[in-house]
Design a protein around this ligand. Structure first.
Ligand code: AMP
Length: 181
């Protein structure tokens, strides 16, 4: 037994109403990752299933997926590959259009970042409609990867993204759920 109270991850995530536009409840994980217990608990929570699964490389989605995915890759002893917004990667890229909860965008990966057959774990902070994660999965599969899983700190299950990703045969792992959008 410990005399220290461990904060719940959900309590460390700040909600900002009407950001970036009216009606969106923005689930801000910067308050969670600024907290030493929060960051370590989140990273451990994301990676533990993959201590027993073969993962060759960790992919993080810009931008908060870089922070969490980089830490997960380090802890798993694997390399890290970024998926970025259009125009940010310097080398030859392949891209995929996707619909965000609040807009339309394109994500890209370096064309040579993934070797055919590599087993990839995808990390992001949050899954909402699933548009980003599904586009990342398509991009990775076009790169020849096998997507062994996708892990997120926050799930917004009412928006259906985690379910849609599962329907694409991706094993989904999430730590905290918030009702509504
Ligand atoms: P989606 O493609 O709809 O699953 O949206 C997921 C991406 O958009 C993630 O990279 C999130 O960081 C961001 N995002 C979408 N909705 C929210 C929200 N309500 N709060 C915080 N981030 C969000």
């Amino acid at each position: 037994m410990s005399d220290f109270g461990k904060p719940a991850l959900a309590d460390l995530i700040r909600t900002i109403p009407d950001y970036p536009k009216a009606g969106i409840q923005f689930r801000d994980v910067t308050t969670l990752i600024a907290d030493p217990v929060g960051l370590r608990t989140a990273v451990d929570g994301l990676l533990w299933p993959y201590l027993r699964e073969p993962v060759d490389v960790v992919v993080g989605i810009e931008a908060r997926g870089f922070i969490l995915g980089g830490a997960v890759a380090h802890e798993l002893g694997r390399g890290f590959v970024p998926i970025r917004k259009k125009g940010k990667l310097p080398g030859k890229t392949i891209g995929q259009d996707y619909t965000l909860e609040y807009g339309v965008d394109t994500i890209e990966i370096h064309a040579d970042a993934i070797a055919p057959g590599q087993r990839v774990l995808v990390i992001d902070d949050l899954i909402a409609t699933g548009g980003t994660a599904i586009a990342a999965t398509e991009l990775l599969r076009r790169s020849g990867a096998s997507v062994v899983g996708a892990a997120f700190v926050v799930d917004l299950p009412d928006l259906g993204g985690s379910q849609k990703l599962r329907e694409k045969s991706v094993v989904v792992h999430t730590l905290v759920s918030f009702a509504g959008d």
